[in-house]
Design a protein around this ligand. Structure first.
Ligand SMILES: Cc1ncc(COP(=O)(O)O)c(C=O)c1O
Length: 369
């Protein structure tokens, strides 16, 4: 089978550890275990016997995850996965077949688009509109639904724009999905990273055919734990769990143990508070910096550590990103890799000084062009 290259991840994998300034990340600078576990817990970890654990996630962890969603979501609606990347993989492979059609939000992370196309699923791209503050136009959505549509695929909060779906659009998606009996697949890995500190609405439980994928890599600043989850109706969870027997069998025992503890209500809130404060502080830095950068136009994000900027010069996004990388050792992501040419994404989740130094290099690059 020929799989499309996942350009975004491939470029990050190849260069993120080689450049001086990696501003291609979309999450907040990672936490250390010493910052999130008590001294007793740190000692306890050393004495744990490293079992496989529960292959669908321990009941304790699934309970913690269920607490983040509405009352309709219980342990039986949750499968713990190796990152939200595995959750997305399982959702597509269990729910879609060769020849199916999906409506897909762009710009996006594109994992689901590349994977679906590789499997012979037709991806109908529905763009968010910048003039609507990166929202879907409801009429565009209504027109795109046909008798062949099987699923509406969303990324909310959105990567790469950092926008959050407005209520009117959210309600329209739910009503169309109910009316036409469509699946909703909502990648919500950035939920919890809202700049105003208010967790956005989740599609979990919104219809009896809603799947929500999330995880600890972004808002919770713990990508190295590789913890994600998929949420949906019980029969879907059973299918996804069976497929998970083939992908990773079980997530890492230690990651389950740690997540179970740090998702306890007060610790979870504390981590999200840190995220909010960090994002708001760094957003000011990038906003100040962007004031005298006529080559780029910015829209203020509502969530996540990312700013999606329009290139005002006629240059391809990939050429811009490669040239910046080679001349100044700064890595960004190209709009092309997100499904929208003419833009670049700048990640500002790293420590303040690091972000400032990276931005300084971008400015130098632009002034030398
Ligand atoms: C929208 C989206 N979904 C999923 C992922 C995968 O994240 P992880 O597997 O670390 O949870 C990413 C990573 O950048 C992402 O941006």
């Amino acid at each position: 089978m020929n799989f499309e290259i996942f350009e975004l991840e491939r470029n990050q994998s190849l260069f993120e550890n080689k450049v001086d300034f990696n501003l291609s990340e979309s999450g907040v600078h990672p936490l250390k275990l010493s910052e999130i576990l008590t001294i007793e817990e740190q000692k306890e970890i050393l004495d744990l016997e490293l079992y496989y654990g529960c292959t669908n996630g321990t009941p304790g962890l699934r309970e913690r995850v269920s607490e983040m969603y509405c009352d309709k979501i219980s342990n039986d609606n949750i499968l713990i996965t190796s990152g939200s990347a595995e959750a997305n993989f399982l959702s597509i492979l269990t729910q879609l077949n060769y020849g199916d059609e999906i409506i897909y939000m762009v710009p996006n992370y594109l994992q689901i688009a590349h994977l679906s196309r590789s499997l012979g699923i037709k991806v109908n791209y529905l763009p968010l509109r910048q003039e609507l503050n990166w929202q879907w136009n409801i009429d565009d959505l209504k027109k795109m639904v046909t008798s062949k549509t099987k699923m509406i695929v969303i990324c909310n909060p959105n990567n790469p724009t950092g926008s959050i779906m407005e209520n009117e659009v959210f309600d329209t998606v739910v009503s169309i999905a109910k009316d036409k009996n469509l699946w909703i697949l909502s990648d919500e890995v950035y939920r919890g990273s809202e700049l105003n500190g208010v967790e956005c609405r989740s599609f979990a439980g919104a219809t009896n055919r809603s799947i929500v994928n999330g995880g600890l890599s972004k808002a919770y600043s713990l990508p190295g734990l590789r913890i994600g989850w998929t949420i949906g109706p019980e029969n879907y969870i059973q299918k996804a769990w069976s497929l998970h027997d083939y992908t990773v069998i079980s997530i890492a025992f230690l990651s389950d143990w740690i997540s179970c503890r740090i998702l306890e209500k007060n610790r979870r809130k504390k981590i999200l508070r840190r995220t909010k404060e960090h994002l708001n502080r760094n957003l000011k830095i990038i906003e100040k910096w962007s004031m005298d950068i006529p080559e780029l136009s910015f829209t203020t994000p509502q969530a996540a550590a990312i700013s999606f900027a329009k290139l005002n010069d006629p240059i391809l996004s990939e050429d811009f990103v490669f040239s910046l990388r080679d001349k100044k050792s700064v890595l960004l992501t190209a709009g092309k890799w997100h499904g929208l040419e003419g833009y670049i994404r700048i990640g500002y989740g790293s420590p303040e000084d690091y972000v400032k130094s990276g931005l300084r290099r971008i400015k130098d690059f632009l002034s030398e062009k």
